[in-house]
Design a binder for this molecule. Structure first.
Ligand SMILES: C[S@@+](CC[C@H](N)C(=O)[O-])C[C@H]1O[C@@H](n2cnc3c(N)ncnc32)[C@H](O)[C@@H]1O
Length: 291
C-alpha cells in the first residue's frame, strides 16, 4: 500500500478516493487551480499526480476541443478510475501511469503544468520540479497546490488513529499535510529554473457530509485503509465511536453555520498566483490550507 513512503492506494480504495476525497475535499479546489494558471482555449495541459483526474477534467473544459490534456499518476488504480469516468466536454485527455520523477514527455511540449496536492508525496521534490519545468514550453506556467497546515479535521482524525490504530497510521493519514513551507517552495521553484514565483494563501469553504459517517468513508479511501479494515474485522468497531466523538465538536461547530445535512470545513490557504514571464516558464504557487 505505502510505496516508497508515497501516498499509494489499492484499486478499490482509488474508487472510494473518487467518491469521497475527490468529490468532497479536493474537487472544490480544482477549478481554482485551473483559474490560477489561466488555462486558455487550445492549450496543452499536464496534470501531474492527477489521481482520479479531477483537475485534468476541469482543465479539459477550459481548454476546449482544440486543447490537449495529459494526466499522469504513479498509481494504477487511480489511473484506472480516471479512465473509467465519463470524458468531459472539451479537450481530449490521455491518462498515463508513470512517476512525476520521470515524465514520459518531450521537452517543451506543454503550455501549463498543474499539480494539486502531489508535491508533498514525491521522494525527490527537486527532480519532480525540474521535470515539470522541462516539459513546459517557452512562456509556460506551473500552478501547484499543497496544504498549509494540518487543520482541525485532520488533527482530530490523526489523534483518534494514534490512539486506536497506531502511531504509524496517524502519521500516514496526516502525511498529506506535511508539505514544504513557503520559503522551501520558493527555493524549489527557483532551483528548478522557474521565474516570477508567487506564493499565496487561499481560503475556501468545503462542504462535507455528516462527519460521523464521512470520517470512516474518508479513512477507507486513504493509505490507512488496510489497517483500518483489519481493525474493524477484529471487532474494534467500538473504538471508532471515540473517533466520532473527537470530530463531533467540529460537527457541532460547523452545524451552526450550515444545514444538518452538510457540515463545512472552513478552508484557508497559502495561494501563490503566477506572474507571467516572457522568456522562461513562470511559476504559480498555490499553497492551500484546510482548517
Ligand atoms: C492526494 S492525491 C491527489 C490527487 C489529485 N491531484 C487530486 O487532486 O485529486 C496524491 C496523488 O499523488 C500520487 N503520487 C504520489 N507519488 C507520486 C509520484 N512519484 N509520481 C506520480 N504520482 C504520485 C498518488 O498516487 C496520488 O494519486
Amino acid at each position: 500500500m505505502a510505496k516508497n513512503g508515497q501516498w499509494q492506494l489499492s484499486a478499490e480504495a482509488a474508487e472510494r478516493y473518487e467518491r469521497y476525497v475527490a468529490r468532497y475535499i479536493l474537487g472544490p479546489w480544482a477549478p481554482l487551480l485551473v483559474d490560477a494558471s489561466q488555462v486558455g482555449v487550445g492549450e496543452r495541459v499536464l496534470d501531474v499526480a492527477c489521481g482520479t483526474g479531477v483537475v485534468a477534467r476541469a482543465a479539459a473544459e477550459r481548454a476546449g476541443a482544440a486543447g490537449r490534456i495529459v494526466g499522469v499518476d504513479l498509481n494504477s488504480g487511480m489511473i484506472a478510475v480516471a479512465r473509467s469516468l465519463p470524458a468531459p466536454a472539451g479537450a481530449p485527455i490521455a491518462w498515463i501511469e508513470c512517476s512525476a520523477l520521470g515524465l514520459p514527455l518531450q521537452n517543451a511540449t506543454m503550455d501549463v503544468v498543474l499539480c494539486q496536492q502531489g508535491l508533498q508525496f514525491f521522494p525527490d521534490k527537486a527532480l519532480a520540479m525540474r521535470e515539470m519545468r522541462r516539459v513546459l514550453a517557452r512562456g509556460g506556467r506551473l500552478a501547484l497546490s499543497v496544504w498549509n497546515g494540518i487543520g482541525l479535521y485532520n488533527s482530530a482524525v490523526g489523534e483518534a488513529l494514534a490512539r486506536f490504530l497506531s502511531d504509524a497510521a496517524a502519521v500516514q493519514f496526516c502525511a498529506s499535510r506535511q508539505a514544504p513551507a513557503k520559503e522551501e517552495l520558493q527555493r524549489l521553484a527557483a532551483e528548478a529554473g522557474f521565474s516570477a514565483v508567487d506564493v499565496r494563501v487561499s481560503r475556501s469553504n468545503v462542504h462535507l457530509p455528516r462527519l460521523d459517517q464521512f470520517t470512516l468513508d474518508h479513512l477507507s479511501a486513504t493509505p490507512v485503509a488496510a489497517a483500518y479494515r483489519r481493525r474493524r474485522a477484529g471487532g474494534a468497531r467500538e473504538d471508532w465511536r471515540e473517533c466520532h466523538e473527537r470530530t463531533s465538536p467540529l460537527c457541532r461547530w460547523q452545524g451552526r453555520h450550515l444545514s444538518r445535512r452538510n457540515t463545512c470545513a472552513d478552508g484557508k490557504g497559502l495561494v501563490i498566483i503566477k506572474t507571467l514571464h516572457r522568456r522562461r516558464p513562470c511559476y504559480t504557487f498555490w499553497n492551500a490550507l484546510l482548517r
